[in-house]
Design a protein around this ligand. Structure first.
Ligand code: X8Z
Ligand code: ZN
Length: 639
C-alpha cells in the first residue's frame, strides 16, 4: 500500500524558492524547514478529528463475521487513503516546496492515525476463531506501521512534524567542497572516482556535516514511536520491526546472526585482501597493513558497496577484466532513459508485460534542474494498481545501471500482486521486495548479457572469471555487514540500550564491529553520522537489504537449475527465459498473502533463508582470496 522504500509516515523534505542563490540556500533551507514543519504539524493536528471520525464508523460485533466485515471496511479505507497519500507524497518528493511539505505532513498524520486505530480495533478479534486469511490480515494491520504514534491527540502530528524535518534536512543537504557547494549526488560521483585520500576524507566528513542538527529530532522520534509501539503490544519499535517475518522477533534476530556467521569468514577474507591492496597503493600512513580499513577509501559514501574501487584492487597478476561498465555505457551513448528502457527489456524478455505508457509519462528519471527533489531512488505504485513509476536522479554509470534494475523489480512485483486484496499487496517480506530487481541484476551484469545487448563486443573467457567475481563481491559481499549494522544500531536505539549521548559512538563502534572500518579521522563531539544515511532520517528499515543480499542468490540458483544450467552459477543468465519468468511471476503474484516461506518455496523449492547460495556463487573467488591472503594477519579487533 505504499511506495516502495518510503515509510508510511516518513514525511518529506523541504522546498526552496527557485530563485535562491547558492550561497543563501542552506540558511533558507533551515529556516523553511522549521517554518514548514511547524505549520504542517498544525495542519496535521487539525486533521485529527477528521481521521478519528472516519475510523469511528460501524463497530463490528466480536464474531468471525464481524472480523470479516471489519477487514473489508479497513481494506476499502486503506485503499482510498493510500492513493491520496501517495499522490501527495509523489508531488512533494518531486517538487519540494513549503506547500507540498505542508500537504504531505497533513496526510501522513491522518494515515498514521487511521493505521493505529485499525490496529487497535483488530485486537478486539484476538480471541475469535477466524479464517486464516482474515487472521493474517488482522495481524498485518498491526505489523504494517513503520513508526506508530500513540493514541493521544497531537502525537501523530508531532511525529509527522519530526519526520518531515528529518527528511528535509537530508534531502536538501549540501556542503562546501573545494570552494563549491555540492549535493550528495555530486559527492557520490566524486568519492567513487577520487584516488586522493585528502579529497575522499573531505567528502566523507563534508557530507556528515548535514546531520548533526537531526539528533534532537531523532531522539524525540524514537520516544514517540516507542510509545506507539508499546500501545500496540510490542516491547519497542525495533521489536515491532523484527515481528514482520512470520516468526518471533527474537528468533528473527537469531536468524540474522546465523546467516551472518555463515558469510562472515568470506567477508573477512575480502576485507583482508582489499586492505592489503589499499596499503600497497596508499602506504602505511593512510592505510595500515593491519586493523580496520579507512572507510573513505572504498569508493562509496557509506562504504556499503566497494565496486567503484575495482581498479585499485584488481588482481595484480593473472586475469584482468577487459571492460569497465561505466565506460561501456558512456561509449555506447546511453542516456538515463535508455538505461531504464534497457532494464525494462530484461523483464520483457522473461515474458512480463511492458511497463504502461504512464510509467514513461510520470516517472522522474533525471534530476530536474529547476526544483528541489528527493534524489534517493524509489519505486512507486501510486494507485496500488497500474500507476507504477520510478523516481531517480539517474546518472549514466555502473551503479545506476544496477539501481535501475533494482527499482524496476519493485514495480514488477507491485504489478504482479495488484489483484490481491489490499492488505496482501506487498512483498512476501520486505527482503523479497528488495531482492526481485537484484536477482534480475545478477544476470544483467554478466558479460554474456552485456554482449547480447551489444555493450560488449565479445564475451570474455574463463580467464576473466576471477576479475568478474571480485567485482561482484566488492558490491555483494562487502554489503553484507552494512546491511546488518544499520538496524543493529537502530535496534539498540529503540530498546534504550543506546542513549542519545551514545548515538554516534555506537554507530562508529558498529561500523568497526561488523564492517571492520574506521572514519578517516576523529569524529566531532556533535556528529550524528547515522543521520547521513538516507534510511535513518527517512525511517526505512534496513535489514531488508541484508535479507535481499541472501535471497537474490537463492533465486538465482533456483532459476539456473530450472533452465538446466550446468556451468558455474556466476556465468548463468536468465535473459530471455520465459519459463523462469512465468514461475518467478507466480511467486510475485502471491504478494503477502502467505507466510514468506511459502513464497520462497513456490519459486525455489526451499523454505528458509539459506546463505549457501551466495557462498556457492562466490566459491571460486573465496578460494582465490584465501590463496592471496596466505601469510597475512587477517581480521581486526572488533572493539
Ligand atoms: O535504498 C536502496 C534502493 C531503494 S529501495 C535504491 N538500496 C539500499 C541503499 O541504497 O542503501 C539498494 C541497495 C541498498
Ligand atoms: Zn529497493
Amino acid at each position: 500500500m505504499k511506495s516502495y522504500l518510503l515509510a508510511a509516515v516518513a514525511a518529506g523534505a523541504l522546498g526552496l524558492a527557485g530563485c535562491a542563490t547558492t550561497a543563501d540556500r542552506a540558511a533558507d533551507a533551515a529556516a523553511l524547514a522549521d517554518a514548514a514543519a511547524a505549520d504542517a504539524a498544525a495542519a496535521a493536528g487539525e486533521a485529527a478529528p477528521a481521521a478519528a471520525d472516519a475510523a469511528a464508523v460501524a463497530e463490528q460485533p466480536v464474531t468471525a463475521a464481524g472480523a470479516t466485515a471489519f477487514i473489508a471496511e479497513a481494506e476499502t479505507r486503506l485503499a482510498t487513503i493510500s492513493e491520496y497519500q501517495q499522490r501527495v507524497a509523489w508531488t512533494r518528493a518531486t517538487n519540494i516546496t513549503f506547500d507540498t511539505m505542508w500537504l504531505e505532513a497533513k496526510v501522513n498524520a491522518e494515515v498514521t492515525e487511521l493505521q493505529v486505530q485499525l490496529a487497535n480495533e483488530a485486537a478486539r478479534f484476538n480471541d475469535v476463531q477466524v479464517p486464516d486469511d482474515v487472521r493474517r490480515k488482522l495481524n498485518l494491520l498491526r505489523l504494517g506501521i513503520v513508526l506508530p504514534a500513540p493514541n493521544r491527540p497531537g502525537a501523530a502530528a508531532e511525529l509527522a512534524q519530526i519526520t518531515t524535518r528529518l527528511d528535509s534536512t537530508y534531502s536538501t543537504g549540501k556542503f562546501a567542497f573545494k570552494g563549491k557547494e555540492i549535493t550528495l549526488d555530486d559527492a557520490n560521483v566524486l568519492i567513487a572516482e577520487s584516488r586522493d585520500p585528502a579529497e575522499t576524507k573531505a567528502l566523507y566528513e563534508g557530507w556528515r556535516t548535514v546531520s548533526p542538527g537531526m539528533k534532537p529530532d531523532y531522539a524525540r522520534m524514537v520516544e514517540i514511536a516507542n510509545e506507539g509501539s508499546r500501545e500496540l503490544g510490542f516491547a519497542d519499535t525495533g521489536a515491532m520491526w523484527r515481528a514482520g517475518y512470520d516468526m518471533a522477533p527474537d528468533d528473527f534476530a537469531k536468524e540474522t546472526d546465523r546467516l551472518w556467521a555463515q558469510v562472515k569468514p568470506f567477508y573477512v577474507n575480502l576485507h583482508c585482501y582489499v586492505r592489503a591492496r589499499l596499503n600497497a597503493k596508499y602506504g602505511d600512513a593512510v592505510q595500515p597493513k593491519t586493523g580496520p580499513i579507512r572507510a573513505d577509501l572504498l569508493g562509496n559514501m557509506w562504504s556499503q558497496q566497494w565496486g567503484n574501487i575495482y581498479d585499485v584492487v584488481a588482481p595484480a597478476t593473472g586475469g584482468q577484466s577487459s571492460y569497465d561498465l561505466t565506460k561501456l555505457l558512456t561509449d555506447a551513448g546511453y542516456d538515463a532513459t535508455k538505461m531504464v528502457q534497457t532494464g525494462e527489456g530484461f523483464y520483457k524478455s522473461l515474458g512480463l508485460a511492458p511497463l504502461p505508457q504512464t510509467f514513461w509519462e510520470r516517472s522522474q528519471i533525471v534530476r530536474p534542474r529547476d526544483r528541489e527533489v528527493v534524489c534517493h531512488a524509489s519505486a512507486w505504485d501510486v494507485d496500488n494498481l497500474e500507476d507504477v513509476r520510478i523516481k531517480m536522479c539517474t546518472q549514466v554509470n555502473a551503479d545506476d545501471f544496477y539501481t535501475v534494475h533494482h527499482e524496476l523489480g519493485h514495480n514488477y512485483y507491485q504489478r504482479a500482486y495488484k489483484d490481491q486484496p489490499m492488505l496482501f499487496r506487498n512483498g512476501a517480506n520486505d527482503g523479497f521486495h528488495e531482492a526481485i530487481g537484484d536477482f534480475i541484476g545478477l544476470s544483467a551484469l554478466t558479460p554474456t548479457y552485456l554482449n547480447q545487448i551489444g555493450l560488449l563486443k565479445t564475451t570474455p573467457g574463463a580467464d576473466e572469471d576471477i576479475p568478474f567475481l571480485l567485482k561482484m563481491a566488492l558490491d555483494k559481499i562487502a554489503f553484507l555487514p552494512f546491511g546488518l549494522m544499520v538496524d543493529r544500531w537502530r535496534w539498540g536505539v529503540f530498546s534504550g540500550e543506546t542513549t542519545p549521548d551514545q548515538y554516534n559512538v555506537a554507530w562508529n563502534a558498529d561500523m568497526l564491529k561488523y564492517q571492520g572500518l574506521v572514519a578517516p579521522g576523529p569524529r566531532p563531539a556533535d556528529a550524528f553520522d547515522p543521520g547521513a544515511k538516507y534510511h535513518v532520517p527517512a525511517a526505512v528499515p534496513y535489514t531488508r537489504y541484508f535479507l535481499a543480499a541472501i535471497y537474490q542468490f537463492q533465486f538465482q540458483r533456483a532459476a539456473c537449475k530450472m533452465e538446466g544450467w550446468t556451468g558455474p552459477l556466476h556465468r548463468c543468465s536468465t535473459y530471455g527465459n520465459e519459463e523462469v519468468g512465468r514461475r518467478f511471476n507466480a511467486m510475485l503474484e502471491m504478494g503477502q498473502s502467505k507466510p514468506w516461506p511459502e513464497a520462497m518455496q513456490a519459486f525455489t523449492g526451499e523454505t528458509g533463508n539459506d546463505a549457501t547460495a551466495i557462498i556457492d556463487y562466490f566459491a571460486p573467488l573465496n578460494a582465490w582470496l584465501t590463496e592471496q591472503n596466505r601469510g597475512k594477519d587477517c581480521g581486526w579487533s572488533e572493539t
